[in-house]
Design a protein around this ligand. Structure first.
Ligand code: NAP
Ligand code: SF4
Length: 667
C-alpha cells in the first residue's frame, strides 16, 4: 500500500494513459545548444524516465529562428531538426517513459535583434526592442507552431507543450500590457486570445487526435495590466474546446518582481491558483512551482487542487524522486532546495545546468560512479558540504570512510545558512547526507577534535581535509570593542545583537546576516503583494509596501555598487528587494574609521558620520583553515585538500559539494 495513493494513480487521457501524476516540467539545461548535446540530453531524460516520471517535457524549443531565446538556440523547424531529436525520444521510450517537446517562442524576451512581438514594446529585462509582427508574420508564426508540433510527432514525441505563459510570445498577445494592436489580434480579450487558439487549432489539425497537447496557461501574470481572472477562465475554456489534452499552470512573467520559484517561496504556494480553475474545465489540470517532494504533491492532489503535479528542478536534484517515493524511500530523496545556483544561474551565465545538491545532473555521460580498484581506509576531517559530499561518493565506491567533526552535528557552514529565514531548505540537504552516509556505512565521529598525534598514529591510508574556512578579521581602530562581533557568532546564536546593528561587508554572508536579524518570514502574499482574491489584474495588489522592521540595520561596503554582488542573477534581485522592503539601510563607498562606545564611525559621501549602533557585525569574507593539512603534509601522510580549506574566496555550497564529488569519484 503506497503512502501516496493520489500521486500513484494513473491518469487516463483517452488515447493514452500516464502511469502516475508526476510531470517532469520543462527546464532548459543548456545541453540543447552544446556539441553532442542531444546525446547527453538523451541520457539525461532516460535517467528521469527510468526514475518513473510519468511524462517528461523538454526544455523550450523554438518553432522558428525569430522565436529563439538566444541566437542559435534549439529549434524544430525542418526534418533535419527532427532527426536530431529521435535519439531523445527513443532513449525515453526504451525506459518505458513518455515525453513531450515544449514549443516556446520567446517574443520580446528573445535575446537578439530580430525579436518580434505583438507590439514594438521593449521588455524591462531585455536590451532588444522587438519588431511589431505584421499580419503575415502572425499567420506564418502560427503555421510554424503547427509544423513544429508535427515534426515533433515525426521525431517520436508523445506530444507537445505549447508555452503560453511566463511572459513569452503567446502571453504577450494576451494582455494589453504588451499587445496594443487594434486589428483582429488585439483590441479586446476576444481578439487577443485568437493567437493561442489559432495555434492550437492548426496544431490539432496537423497532429491528429492521439497526440498529447499540453497548454501552459498563465494563470497568474503577476504584472500590471496582466490578465483578469475572468480572462484566464475564458481562455481555459477556449483552449479546451480547441482540443488541448492537459492544461499546465504558468505563474508569473519573467519580468515580474515577485519571487515564484526561489527558496523563500513557501512550498506549494501557488497551487491555489490551479485550484481556482478546477471545475471550470473538464480536462486535467497540472499545478506547479515549489513542489519539491512527494508529501506536498500528495497533499495538493488529495485536496483536489489539481489532477497532476509538475516538478522540474526536483528531477535535477534527484532523478529517482518518483521511484524512491514509490518504494517508501522518501528519506533518501535528494531534495531540490530551490537555490537556482547551478541550474537557472548557469543558464543565465550561458553554462550547462547542473545542480548544487546533485553535481552529477546533466553530466550523465561524463561521470559514472564505479567501484574503486583498491578499497582504502579514508579519514575525512570536516563534515561540512565538501567533506560530506566526498564521503558519500567515496563510500559508494567501496572505500571505508570515517568522517570527523568537532561540532555536535554535521553540516559545517550549512548549519548557519539553514537558520536564515527563507533558507530552511538546507535542513533537507543535511537530512539527505545524514541518511546516505548511514546507508553507505560511513563512520561519523562528531564532537571530536582530532590532533596531529592521533592522525600520525592512525591506520588510515589517506586523509581528506575539509576543515573549511574561518571568518576574516579586519584591521580597524576599536576592533576589539565589545560591540564588535563576527558573523558566525551571530548566525550560530552565540551572540544576540541589539536593536540597532551595522554590518561591515555586504557580500552573500552580509545579506544573509541582515535577513537572519530581520527574523521570521512574514506572510509571503502580503509581503509580495500577491492578490489571492484576484480583485486586480495580474493578481497583484500594488507596488511593494515596506515593513516596519524589528531592528534597524545598516549594511555597508567599501566598493561602489549593489549589495550581494556575488549572488546569482536569478535571486540577487529578490534579496535586494527584500532588504528594501524591510528598510535595511544600504550604503556603498563607505570608509570605516573606528568603533567606540558611541558606535561605528564612518565616512560616507565625504562626510564623517556616526552610526549609533549596539553591535557591529563583521562579514568581511573568509580565509582557509589549513592547520591540520599543513601538519599532515609535514608528517608525510597522503592527504587531499577540498572545499573552503582549499580555496576560501567565492566559496559556496555548490563548489564545495562538487569538489567533494570530484575527489570522491576518483580516489
Ligand atoms: P564576499 O562575498 O567575498 O563578501 C565579503 C564582503 O566583505 C564584501 O562585501 C567586501 O566588500 C567586504 N570586505 C572584504 N574585506 C574587507 C575588509 N578588509 N574590510 C572591510 N570589508 C571587507 O564573502 P561572503 O559574504 O563571506 O560570502 C562568501 C561566499 O559565500 C561568496 O562566494 C558568496 O557568494 C557565498 N554566499 C552565497 C550565498 C547565496 O545565497 N548564494 C549566501 C551567502 C554566501 P568591500 O571590500 O567592498 O568592503
Ligand atoms: Fe534545485 Fe538548487 Fe539543484 Fe537548481 S541547483 S535543481 S534549485 S537544488
Amino acid at each position: 500500500m503506497t503512502e501516496f495513493p493520489h500521486l500513484f494513480q494513473p491518469l487516463d487521457l483517452g488515447f493514452t494513459t500516464l502511469k502516475n501524476r508526476v510531470l517532469m516540467g520543462s527546464m532548459h539545461t543548456g545541453l540543447e545548444e552544446e556539441k553532442n548535446g542531444f546525446y547527453r540530453l538523451a541520457k539525461f531524460y532516460a535517467e528521469r524516465a527510468r526514475g518513473q516520471a510519468a511524462l517528461i517535457v523538454t526544455g523550450g524549443i523554438a518553432p522558428n529562428r525569430r522565436g529563439w531565446l538566444v541566437p542559435f538556440g534549439a529549434k524544430m523547424a525542418n526534418s533535419s531538426d527532427a532527426r536530431r531529436h529521435i535519439e531523445i525520444t527513443e532513449a525515453v521510450h526504451q525506459e518505458g517513459g513518455k515525453i513531450c517537446m515544449q514549443i516556446l517562442h520567446a517574443g520580446r524576451y528573445s535575446y537578439h535583434p530580430f525579436a518580434v512581438a505583438p507590439s514594438a514594446i521593449k521588455a524591462p529585462i531585455s536590451p532588444f526592442k522587438p519588431w511589431k509582427m505584421s499580419q503575415g508574420t502572425i499567420n506564418s508564426t502560427i503555421n510554424d507552431f503547427a509544423t513544429s508540433a508535427s515534426l515533433a510527432r515525426d521525431a517520436g514525441y508523445d506530444g507537445i507543450e505549447i508555452m503560453g505563459s511566463e511572459g513569452y510570445l503567446i502571453n504577450q498577445f494576451l494582455t494589453s500590457r504588451t499587445n496594443k494592436r487594434e486589428d483582429k489580434w488585439g483590441d479586446d480579450f476576444d481578439h487577443r486570445m485568437q493567437f493561442p487558439l489559432e495555434i492550437i487549432r492548426r496544431t490539432r489539425e496537423k497532429v491528429g487526435k492521439d497526440f498529447i497537447i499540453i497548454y501552459r496557461l498563465s494563470m497568474l501574470d503577476l504584472v500590471d495590466e496582466g490578465q483578469s481572472w475572468q480572462e484566464v477562465e475564458t481562455l481555459a475554456r477556449a483552449v479546451e474546446r480547441e482540443g488541448v489534452s492537459l492544461i499546465n499552470t504558468g505563474i508569473g512573467w519573467h519580468e515580474a518582481r515577485i519571487p515564484t520559484i526561489a527558496m523563500m517561496v513557501p512550498r506549494g504556494e501557488f497551487a491555489w491558483v490551479t485550484q481556482r480553475l478546477k471545475g471550470k474545465v473538464k480536462i486535467p489540470l497540472i499545478t506547479t512551482n515549489r513542489i519539491n517532494g512527494p508529501e506536498m504533491a500528495e497533499k495538493i492532489l488529495s485536496q483536489g487542487f489539481a489532477d497532476m503535479v509538475s516538478m522540474a528542478r526536483p528531477f535535477l536534484a534527484d532523478p529517482e524522486i518518483v521511484l524512491k517515493s514509490m518504494q517508501s524511500r522518501q528519506s533518501e530523496i535528494n531534495t531540490c532546495i530551490a537555490c537556482n545556483q547551478a541550474c537557472l544561474d548557469h543558464i543565465f551565465d550561458k553554462k550547462v545546468a547542473s545542480c548544487l545538491v546533485n553535481p552529477l545532473a546533466c553530466r550523465e555521460t561524463e561521470i559514472q560512479i564505479t567501484a574503486a580498484s583498491q578499497f582504502k581506509k579514508i579519514a575525512v576531517i570536516g563534515a561540512g558540504p565538501a567533506g560530506l559530499s566526498f564521503a558519500f561518493y567515496a563510500a559508494q565506491r567501496g572505500h571505508k570512510v570515517t568522517i570527523y567533526d568537532q561540532q555536535s552535528e554535521i553540516g559545517g557552514q550549512l548549519n548557519m545558512a539553514k537558520k536564515v529565514a527563507g533558507k530552511e531548505e538546507f535542513y533537507e540537504t543535511l537530512r539527505y547526507f545524514d541518511v546516505q552516509l548511514k546507508k553507505w556505512n560511513v563512520t561519523i565521529k562528531l564532537n571530536t577534535r582530532i590532533s596531529i598525534e592521533e592522525m600520525k598514529s592512525s591506520e588510515f591510508d589517506e586523509w581528506v581535509v575539509a576543515t573549511g574556512v574561518l571568518p576574516r578579521r579586519i584591521e580597524l581602530e576599536g576592533i576589539h570593542h565589545s560591540k564588535v562581533v563576527m558573523y558566525n557568532d551571530v548566525l550560530t546564536g552565540r551572540v544576540v545583537t541589539g536593536k540597532t546593528v551595522a554590518i561591515i561587508g555586504a557580500g552573500g554572508i552580509g545579506v544573509d546576516t541582515a535577513r537572519y536579524l530581520l527574523g521570521e518570514e512574514k506572510n509571503f502574499e502580503e509581503k509580495w503583494s500577491v492578490d489571492r482574491s484576484y480583485a486586480h489584474r495580474g493578481g497583484i495588489t500594488s507596488a511593494h509596501k515596506t515593513n516596519e522592521p524589528e531592528r534597524k540595520i545598516y549594511l555597508l561596503q567599501r566598493r561602489k555598487g549593489k549589495p550581494g554582488a556575488g549572488l546569482g542573477k536569478t535571486t540577487a534581485w529578490i534579496h535586494r528587494l527584500e532588504l528594501k522592503i524591510d528598510q535595511v539601510k544600504f550604503m556603498d563607498e563607505v570608509t570605516y574609521t573606528k568603533v567606540d562606545d558611541e558606535g561605528l564611525h564612518i565616512v560616507h559621501n565625504e562626510q564623517a558620520q556616526l552610526l549609533k549602533v549596539d553591535h557591529v557585525i563583521i562579514c568581511a569574507g573568509q580565509h582557509s583553515e589549513r592547520t591540520l593539512y599543513n601538519q599532515l603534509q609535514a608528517s608525510g601522510k597522503k592527504s587531499h585538500l577540498i572545499g573552503g580549506a582549499n580555496v576560501a574566496s567565492e566559496l559556496n555550497a555548490k563548489r564545495a559539494i562538487e569538489e567533494g564529488m570530484r575527489l570522491g569519484i576518483i580516489i
